[in-house]
Design a protein around this ligand. Structure first.
Ligand SMILES: C[S@@+](CC[C@H](N)C(=O)[O-])C[C@H]1O[C@@H](n2cnc3c(N)ncnc32)[C@H](O)[C@@H]1O
Length: 259
C-alpha cells in the first residue's frame, strides 16, 4: 500500500512537471507570436495583440507555467495580507455579495469569505476543480446587470480593453456598489509591465483618473506591500443625478488622501 501510494505521488509529480514544461514551451511560442509592441494613450499603455484570440491564449498560459510551490507561497502571503486590508475597510463585508475578477486559484475570494462575505471569482484559467473561481472573461461577465454589491480586482494590468473591463464592472455593480482595485505603482516608479501584463499606467493617479472618469467616486486610498508594492482604491459607483434640464451627470470625485 505504502509503495503504491508513493508511486502514485511520484507519477502525479511527473505529470505536474510535464504540464509545467509544456506551459513554458507554449510561453516561448507565444512570446514570438505576440511580439513586444505597446501603444500609449494619455499615460496608459496597451499591448498590441494580433487579435483577441492571441490575448486569451497568452493570458491563459500563466497558471500552467507557474511552479506549484510559488503558487502556494503567493496564495498564503496574499490571503493573509488581504485579510488584514479587508478588516480595515470603512464598511463591513458581512453578508455582502462580492465578485473577484481574475482570481486564479481564489486567494482573494477566500479572504472575502473569511470576512463574512458571499464571494465568487472568475478567471480565464481557474485551473482544475477550483471551488472558489469559475471560468469567465472580465470583458464580458456572465452575471446580470446590477447584481453584485462589491467587485474586487488586482488584475487591471491584464486588460485587453480597459474601457470594456471597467464598463463591465459598472454594469454588474448594484447602485452605490463598491469597486475595490489593487494596483501596482506604475511605470514612473519603475514597475514596468512584465511578460504576462497587457495594460500599464504611468502612476496610480493616472489609473485612478482613468477609472473615475468612467463612473466611479474615490472613497478611500491606501498603500500596500503584499503581494507587491502598490495602492488600494475603494471606489463607489457614481449614480447619475439628473439636473434641471434632465441631463444625467455623475457626482464629482472626492479628493484623495495622500498615500
Ligand atoms: C497576476 S494573475 C493574478 C491572480 C490573482 N488575482 C492573484 O493575485 O493571486 C492574473 C490573472 O488574470 C487572469 N486573467 C487575465 N485576463 C483575464 C480576463 N480577461 N478575464 C479573466 N481573467 C483574466 C489570468 O488568467 C491570471 O490568473
Amino acid at each position: 500500500m505504502g509503495d503504491s501510494s508513493g508511486r502514485l505521488d511520484e507519477l502525479m509529480g511527473v505529470s505536474y512537471e510535464l504540464r509545467r514544461i509544456a506551459g513554458q514551451m507554449r510561453k516561448a511560442v507565444l512570446r514570438f507570436r505576440i511580439g513586444g509592441a505597446w501603444r500609449e494613450q494619455g499615460g496608459t499603455w496597451a499591448r498590441n495583440y494580433p487579435d483577441y484570440e492571441s490575448y486569451l491564449a497568452h493570458q491563459r498560459t500563466k497558471l500552467d507555467a507557474m511552479r506549484a510551490s510559488s503558487l502556494q507561497s503567493h496564495d498564503a502571503r496574499f490571503f493573509h495580507a488581504l485579510r488584514v486590508r479587508l478588516s480595515l475597510l470603512p464598511f463591513s463585508l458581512r453578508g455582502r455579495s462580492v465578485l473577484c475578477l481574475a482570481a486564479r486559484q481564489g486567494s482573494e475570494v477566500r479572504a472575502f469569505i473569511d470576512a463574512g462575505a458571499f464571494a465568487i471569482g472568475i478567471d480565464l484559467n481557474p485551473g482544475r476543480e477550483n471551488r472558489y473561481v469559475v471560468t469567465g472573461d472580465f470583458h464580458a461577465l456572465q452575471f446580470a446587470t446590477g447584481s453584485v454589491e462589491i467587485v474586487y480586482t488586482n488584475s487591471l494590468d491584464h486588460s485587453f480593453d480597459f474601457d470594456r473591463s471597467v464598463g463591465e464592472v459598472l454594469r454588474v455593480l448594484s447602485d452605490d456598489g463598491y469597486f475595490i482595485v489593487e494596483a501596482g505603482r506604475g511605470v514612473e516608479a519603475g514597475d514596468e509591465p512584465g511578460f504576462y501584463e497587457s495594460f500599464g499606467w504611468a502612476s496610480p493617479d493616472v489609473l485612478l483618473d482613468a477609472i473615475a472618469e468612467r463612473g466611479f467616486i474615490l472613497e478611500n486610498r491606501s498603500g500596500l506591500d503584499v503581494p507587491w508594492r502598490g495602492v488600494q482604491f475603494v471606489l463607489r459607483k457614481a449614480t447619475p443625478i439628473p439636473d434641471d434640464n434632465g441631463v444625467k451627470r455623475l457626482g464629482a470625485r472626492v479628493p484623495s488622501a495622500a498615500q
